[in-house]
Ligand binder design. Structure first.
Ligand code: MN
Length: 707
């Protein structure tokens, strides 16, 4: 372990109380202390691997959150965060002792701890899902989890090296991207340094030494520039604080990897930060420094006018300094600085003064878009692929013909832009005009370009597009389209359906009279049997009817035995969202034009009309071997109290069902109507979920939504 990282002295409760008193009321501080007494008793006799009493860990986690000025409920949950997981204390016991809000946070953190690795990639995907759900419940759960991870990383040296490496890897893969996306940069930077030290100890040592040596050589020069900048700003009557910024080992290492170069080849860049009191002053400082040294073209970025996706705001510019050395400058207000350091956590500091911050908005927007992608894919590996791309905040900003800004990840191409505008544009695009120049779809976009997409109604997505489509939205759009049109799949399904119908009529496909077949294909206007099967598979043609035409020269009616559904949504068998049929329900399948078969609940009102037009529907039943999980929707009316959503969600999660979506509406001030879309295995599982929700004292009316 690196010697540079000083050992962390155990944080004592008295230190914590002192730090809290600065911004919390005496009552609130006492509440946190009460949580401490409870946790200390629960963890009594437990020690950490380092030998110190266990309670030091949760106190240290709370101390990190105190630095971020989190509220007292959050601090109480932080102190109690390992109590459910590691001691005999139950959630029920906690409920009797602390506010629901605190207990829900502790429970949320405990759930995130339950992550077990099968394969790394799979675990990551699952971890992300859980983090997402936790964040939508209460973002403070993630803040506690980040602080918990930070303290564990700070005290990693006691772990066996292999375990330390694994924890570092997980930190790099999951916690750092999340901290980054939520804009919590102080935690992110420290996690990066600690993770690099644990994962690549030798590289880390070398990098630190090299950076220190270089800094030593340039100390005087840096002091000079700081003085010159400060004096110039003072002369112009601008109040500002100028500081030299230290380069970190991890970010330098990343830059070397990205540019595929050695340390000596990295430009010798000196970084300074100017902090002022008002937004307007930022631009005046910019003018002043551009006057002092020549700005380098193409390096100026206005993140004040166009904040980054995580809410970050600042002006960035690079100047050509004395001796030809480039000087990188960031200019921001004090408030922007707190946001830049603490991201979404800064929200708690400005709460009351000003509702909502750029970061909180950006994070909420991001969460929404992630949930959208997840709904469209359903496959955790595919979901992770999108999330990974979306987590790195290096964006490009381009413009529509109407001058609207579109934000895309770095490396995004014309195709990504097209899908960002609308999936209809993406599905029909053929080329684009970028800054008036005609370019192919694979062209990468750069900041500030104006992009106009050229579409053609007959054009459609090609599998090759996936080679250069970068964003989750574009890849999902292309895949969705390709899946729908998967001709071979459609043909196979059509063949299956047709054979089944023939079997029901007591016939094997080989027994069909070839002359009759040719005649029938001619009648229906198909070139060959494959074409007919494809159309049956796509739902353009009824298999039952085609089978009858094949089997009997004159149309005779016969009842067919039901086709069995094995479960797990295939490409051309779908389950209707309106009624969410689950194994055990009576079902009916309906052909939808161009999309294959849609399986409805027999009582679904949406299936009634189709059923009357009987040739479009097919009698089906569940296979004995049915497996997988199925969407279904519940309506839950509860008393309108705080935390009800989280309570019901926890009950659902406890019964082993995943929540895919949730909506709530207030009905009359007294009651709240919640609609959950969740995944269940079969009717018995669903009945179990319903029974558990009904057992809640606050549940007024609980039922399933069909149609
Ligand atoms: Mn912990």
């Amino acid at each position: 372990m690196p010697a540079q990282l000083s050992p962390v002295a155990p944080m004592r409760i008295s230190d914590l109380c002192q730090a809290m008193e600065v911004y919390l009321s005496p009552t609130q501080t006492r509440e946190v202390y009460r949580a401490y007494l409870f946790a200390a008793e629960a963890h009594e006799g437990q020690t950490r691997l380092s030998g110190e009493a266990y309670i030091y860990h949760p106190v240290a986690v709370a101390a990190i959150l105190v630095q971020m000025r989190m509220d007292h409920h959050c601090l109480m949950a932080a102190i109690l965060h390992d109590v459910i997981e590691d001691t005999s204390v139950t959630k029920i016991k906690l409920r009797q002792t602390f506010a629901d809000e605190v207990v829900e946070m502790v429970d949320g953190v405990s759930k995130l701890t339950h992550l077990k690795f099968r394969s790394r990639a799979e675990a990551q995907a699952e971890n992300f899902r859980k983090m997402m759900l936790a964040m939508t419940r209460d973002v403070r759960i993630i803040l506690i989890k980040l602080a918990d991870r930070l303290h564990n990383m700070r005290t990693l040296e006691v772990m066996p090296p292999a375990k330390a490496r694994r924890i570092a890897r997980e930190t790099l893969d999951i916690y750092i991207p999340i901290a980054n996306r939520l804009g919590i940069n102080n935690i992110r930077h420290e996690l990066e340094e600690l993770a690099m030290a644990a994962h690549w100890p030798r590289r880390y040592q070398v990098m630190r030494k090299t950076l220190q040596r270089r800094r030593g050589n340039r100390r005087e020069w840096i002091d000079d520039i700081t003085r010159i900048l400060s004096e110039r700003l003072a002369t112009d009557g601008l109040t500002a604080k100028v500081r030299g910024r230290e380069k970190r080992a991890y970010s330098t290492y990343r830059k070397m990897q990205e540019k595929k170069c050695r340390f000596s080849e990295l430009a010798d860049v000196y970084a300074f930060r100017v902090i002022v009191d008002q937004v307007d002053t930022c631009y005046r400082v910019l003018g002043a420094v551009h006057n002092l040294y020549r700005p380098m073209p193409g390096k100026f970025k206005d993140y004040i006018a166009i904040p980054k996706a995580n809410g970050y705001q600042s002006l960035h510019t690079v100047l050509m300094g004395p001796q030809g050395l480039p000087i990188e400058i960031q200019i921001r207000t004090g408030e922007m600085h707190v946001l830049a350091e603490q991201g979404i956590a800064a929200h708690w500091q400005y709460k009351g003064e000003r509702e909502g911050s750029a970061t909180a908005d950006a994070a909420a927007k991001w969460l929404r878009s992630l949930l959208e992608v997840q709904q469209n894919t359903g496959d955790s590996m595919e979901f992770l692929e999108h999330v990974k791309i979306d987590l790195y905040p290096d964006e490009v900003y381009v413009f529509t013909p109407l001058g609207q800004i579109v934000e895309l990840p770095r490396g995004a191409t014309v195709i990504d832009f097209a899908y960002a505008i609308h999936s209809g544009i993406g599905n029909h695009c053929v080329a684009a005009r970028v800054d008036q120049q005609l370019v192919p779809l694979r062209s990468q976009l750069r900041n500030g370009q104006a992009v106009e997409i050229i579409t053609k109604q007959t054009a459609s997505p090609k599998p090759g597009w996936l080679n250069f489509a970068m964003t989750g939205k574009a890849r999902t759009g292309i895949r969705t389209y390709l899946k729908q049109l998967e001709v071979t799949e459609a043909t196979a399904l059509g063949q299956h359906l047709l054979e089944h119908e023939l079997n029901c009529l007591g016939m094997q496909p080989e027994q069909v009279d070839p002359a009759r077949r040719t005649e029938m294909l001619h009648e229906l206007g198909y070139a060959d049997l494959t074409e007919l099967q494809q159309h049956i598979g796509l739902g353009n043609r009824s298999a039952a009817l085609a089978a009858r035409l094949l089997a009997f020269p004159k149309d005779q009616t016969r009842l067919s035995a039901p086709l069995s559904i094995q479960g797990g949504e295939g490409l051309l068998i779908h389950f209707a969202r309106c009624c969410g049929p689950v194994p055990g329900d009576p079902i009916i399948a309906i052909f939808s034009h161009g999309r294959g078969m849609l399986v409805h609940h027999q009582h679904c009102p949406n299936s009634g009309e189709f059923r009357r037009r009987s040739k479009d529907s097919l009698e089906v039943q569940w296979d004995d071997q049915v497996s997988g999980e199925f969407h279904t929707t519940l309506r839950v009316d509860v008393g309108n109290q705080r935390g009800m959503l989280a309570t019901v969600a926890a009950v659902i999660a406890d019964s082993g069902s995943n929540i895919e979506d949730v909506r709530s509406e207030e009905r009359d001030g007294l009651s709240l109507r919640l609609r959950f879309t969740l995944m269940v295995r079969h009717r018995k599982h669903l009945a179990d979920v319903l029974r558990r929700i009904r057992a809640l004292p606050q549940a007024l009316k609980v039922g399933r939504v069909i149609g």
